[in-house]
Design a protein around this ligand. Sequence first.
Ligand code: ADP
Ligand code: MG
Length: 795
Amino acid sequence: MMRRKNARMGTRKKVHAFVRVKPTDNFPHEMIRYGDDNKSIDILLKKDTRRGVVNNQQTDWSFKLDGVLHDASQDLVYETVAKDVVSQALDGYNGTIMCYGQTGAGKTYTMTGATENYKHRGILPRALQQVFRMIEERTTHAITVRVSYLEIYNESLFDLLSTLPYVGPSATPMTIVENPQGVFIKGLSVHLTSQEEDAFSLLFEGETNRVIASHTMNKNSSRSHCIFTIYVESHSRTLSDEKYITSKINLVDLAGSERLGKTGSEGRVLKEATYINKSLSFLEQAIIALGDQKRDHIPFRQCKLTHALKDSLGGNCNMVLVTNIYGEAAQLEETLSSLRFASRMKLVTTEPAINEKYDAERMVKNLEKELALLKQELAIHDSLANRTLVNYDPMDEVQIAEINSQVRRYLEGTLDEIDIINLRQIQEVFNQFRVVLSQQEQEIESALRRKYTLIDKNDFAAISAVQKAGLADVNGHLVGEPDGQGFGLGVIPFSFKPGKKIKSKKTFKDQLSIPVRKEGASSPLSTKELDISPSKTQLILPPRDGDVKDMRDRETSSTEPFPSDSPKEELRPPRPSTPPSKPVAFEDFKNERGSEINRIFKENKSILNERRKRASETTQRINAIKQEIDTTKEALNVQKALREKQGEYENKGLMIIDEEEFLLILKLKDLKKQYRAEYQDLRDLRAEIQYCQHLVDQCRHRLLTEFDIWYNESFFIPEDLQVALKSGCSIRPGMVPINRVVSLGEDDQDKFSQLQQTMLPEGPESVSFYNAKVKTEQKHNYLKAITGLQQVNKK
Ligand code: ADP
Ligand code: MG
């Protein structure tokens, strides 16, 4: 819903590192010295005489930092360390303030302060106060504040505010989650606070839990890291402003940095020590990586601490480190190590940036307003340019269909140009070009598939199967493939075979265009070649798919005169090494398996011819009658003219005409009657012819399709496969077109389509499930077919 955008990238900034020295009565002035600017600290160690004469150990160190806080009040510490960070957070910059140092050096005192003494309150309560004070001042903005309090102990996450009645203990352990908005802790309670007091209550609640936990769970509070986070969200009170800013302030009280485990600690202490040492050293690694401009991978995810702080360390935040040290000689070793950490931290640069987001709802409203305005603009433009009203709304289905048809007509050449109306329409035109193009590609491919078996060149199993079937040479080149041009052709067109000269001058591309034609037309045989002789005048329906199958079923069972599985076929002479030409083979086919279809075809054809003949005769008769009608009319006109010339005779109001004229009138009447009758006959005949024509076309199509199958089975399927087809019983010749035997793809595809229609009540999500299912089935079927073949080969 919300979009995050980091706007107004700030200039690069260094991490600010301060040192706070815990007050002491015996400050070792000879060992710890501050620079005049109060920004550097020198440590001077006396030569360790016990180590003997050979002593290469460094004894003086100088650390340059952003400030040394010696004997500084909580007030001053806050001013120096936190005030700017908090104030910038209200402008949208994330901020992190971290206290680092050995146990007892004053981290908690600096961060939380004395909870019983207002004056000695630490950064945390002061930050909350500052936030609420600034909110009060910023009347132009609606600002919300939320807080959370997280503790990390031995790599486990604890919600220090989970004891609040409305939160309750979480059922699942907390996890650190990253999303484009940043890092957040799933399961950590975040509390909206509308006033300072509430915020404080939360802080104390957390502090109490920290102490209680250290008793009840036997955990040492100085061994855990605590992160108090203040989340700020600021919306402008002007309604039109869709931008808003968010930020968070992380206040981190780290676990004691003293090196534990050195002194042979055991059990719980050892475990704590290991975790702390690890997490602090990971923190350091992350910080070193952040300080190295060349590193682009920062190891944030090595421990919970760095992971949880991922978007708060370096990056686009304001970052401050307070290193708490003892001002005592006895602690110098740890002090040194803390100062080293501080100076490394100072190397890290960050690039603070405002976290700007967009209020989607407000944005939509604003955009709608703008859209309406722009439409009005357009209307004005159109009327100024004398254009009729143009519709700029999204197109509906009908408009899109119209554009699709325009594009098709344009491609066909029946439309010269497509008028440009507006940008939307231009885009739709391009879109429809793409649609039409991809449809055409599919059509071409499926036409190729109907005619040929296309095999993936990388599918070695398929290629070897084809090789076995004798359709490819040993090098994997498919027969019929010219110079390895990469066209996988399973079944070759009969006129194009290796070792045989192509008679026609057609190029190979022309040869390829053959399969693109529709099935009926794909056979090289024209209608004329189909021997047609008139016989019975009875209409016979052509066999449909089912009928043919039925016929075959009957065939196997016994008596029908269909020959495909009959002994006759078994006794067929061995197959010639080169297949006969298709016209020759077609003659055989018509006497063999195609005899019944051919008979039906011939009969229907003869009925059609007979009807056509009758129609033509009727037409001739009609023409003759028409002619006679015309001559009779003419004769009548002559008679009429003659009568008028001679003067008319009338008898009691009745016109008197002579006998000749009377006979002519009668004849004309009779002719017209004949004409009408013949015309009705012709109309009936035409309807019959149309129906017959349809039947004949169907028969022809059937005949040619069956012939193709028969031809492939008889001359191209390897003989062992034919054996398999015969012995397998479930698949028999004619039922399986050769391309299916080799690819086993289309049946499964059909099955899948059916499956999709009947078995997808779960909705479109289940498609991938069924896809996988069908693919697995396909694979199994293919493997089954191959092993079947291999077994047949062995026998
Ligand atoms: P840490 O959290 O680093 O282990 P604490 O903040 O708990 O250390 O400090 C240990 C003790 O020292 C506490 O009793 C605390 O009140 C006291 N203390 C630490 N720093 C100061 C300071 N600057 N002024 C006064 N007392 C301090
Ligand atoms: Mg502490």
